[in-house]
Design a protein. Sequence first.
Length: 665
Amino acid sequence: MARERLCDTSTSLALPAARPPRVVIGRVEPEIEGGRFPVKRTVGEQVVVTADIFADGHEVLCAVVRYRHVDGSAWHEAPLQELGNDLWTGRFCVIEVGRYEYTIESWIDRFKTWRRDFQKKVEAGQEVAVDLVVGIALVEEAMERAWEEDVEKLKAWTGLLMTQRERNPAEATRTALDEGLATLMAKYPDRRHTSAYEKHLAVVVDPARSRFSAWYEMFPRSASASPQRHGTFRDCEERLAYVASMGFDVLYLPPIHPIGETHRKGKNNSPAVRPDDVGSVWAIGSPEGGHKAIHPQLGTLDDFRRLLTKAREYGIDIALDIAYQCSPDHPYVTEHPEWFRWRPDETIQYAENPPKKYEDIYPFDFDTRHWQELWEELKSIVDFWIEEGVRIFRVDNPHTKAFAFWEWMIGEIKRECPEAIFLSEAFTRPKVMYRLAKLGFTHSYTYFTWRNTKQELTEYFTELTRSEVREYFRPHLWPNTPDILPEYLQVGGRPSFIARLVLAATLGANYGIYGPAYELCENRALVPGREEYLDAEKYEIRRWDTARPDSLKNLIARINRIRRQNPALQRDAGLRFHSLPNDQLIAYSKAVDDLSNIILVVVNLDPRYTQSGVVTLPLEEWRLDGRQPYQVHDLLTDARYDWHGRENYVELHPSDLPAHILRVR
């Protein structure tokens, strides 16, 4: 019996039908969750690919990354180079919006292997007559793969080698090792037994606005110059010059739709409502219409179209809020009651975040049996506004809706309109935020709003820019929102607003502020210690004096101008933190690849006291001679400093400017 078990072949593997590849390709990066999700890039950016590539034996390998746009374009190839220890890298550039795919191929290069070994034998003084014949045969084979214009060139090399082999073997040896022949042969390798990576990986390419933008959030109903009148789109037109003067290129409008009356909230979210209370703009829908309608007091659809046109004349794109929720008065409630969750008392479940109650908002029920009809209708809302010319959308609370819905909806929208941009407003758990980014959201709100200490900022932005997260999560930094007045801004006064502005605008390539609250340093909290504004604009019309002499508008304009003039600040890549032994001072830099633009930022995180310290810089990496003086130019104040060596002293007074934005020259 023992002998029978030893000879049992019932579980043996059958011989492969084709010869298995010898080259192994593994550990490809970037590859998100085994290729389940795409990586993100913007037009003109590069995708840097790495992989472990090796084979049995000692032959010379070649490898390429193959890529193409999925619209049916032909495949292109970029070479991979070995870095050592079987790690290879290469890169390709994406030049169109939409979706690309890429993979890796590798093969044993017979000619390069022959040439390497032939040269070793020649250098060792060994007999190479037979090896020369082998090399000539490889050149002859390449003629079968060559383009017509190169066939004659290869034929000439073959004839020369054969003639020299007969008459002057030493000359033939030198000819066989000629770089010109090697270059020509590299064009036509024998790839009959190429190994291909088993997956085609994806890249979503977004428009350049996705890589670099400055957003300004504004409530249209508060744009009126008259304190007695509800703002209109025409008032927003008048405000465009102001927004443009500060250097913003995206104007984000909270919901512009009709607002419900039932359970309308009063000022400061009060359940007690007065006749003149305007309600929350996020309580969408009334008998006048829903998500495809415009609040009558703002104007008409024609007025909105006019606003879009006027904004483009200023170089500004309009972003709209997509909030998938309804007031009790929304037409959906009566037309499609099956889209909502009903309670045992035959009422619809309103939104809650205990102990908070939002009786003026009904969430959609994504578990409804009629989910397909719901999904189609929700997509049609985005379709409607795209048809009107909108391309940028800020999405309210996407983490409370079905993941599968977002993947389907954004995928379909971007297939039809690849330049569409979606900003995820999901202040939730990290894995949920990252999942939404993988599912298709272009930008994502972050924890920046609550990262105040040097350690918190350093750790968080190292994660965002130095880990796999950077391949799919594009951070969008907001120091304040209509919902969030951070404690740091409540207690730090004007210096805290300046410090957070500089951090947001330089740590991230995409940032935004909620104004005019921000430039006017609005820091009155509803209750001390809570992150809610007193007299929050969410529930009432506010009058803002944008001409106030203490406004930060001029500083904001200068910072946005600095961002536009310095390519290093126009991307998230290249961020590096630097040693500065004072916990109240943070120092970091960004640089472009060729080091033609290097920006060093130092911020005093203490809004009350002067802080100083010595910053240590990587002069060698920046290709600066530490033995020679170099200049740093403060782009905020126009001051110039001559620095020496790796270590230099900095001092920042919060009552003046709590930050340096230094260009290293």
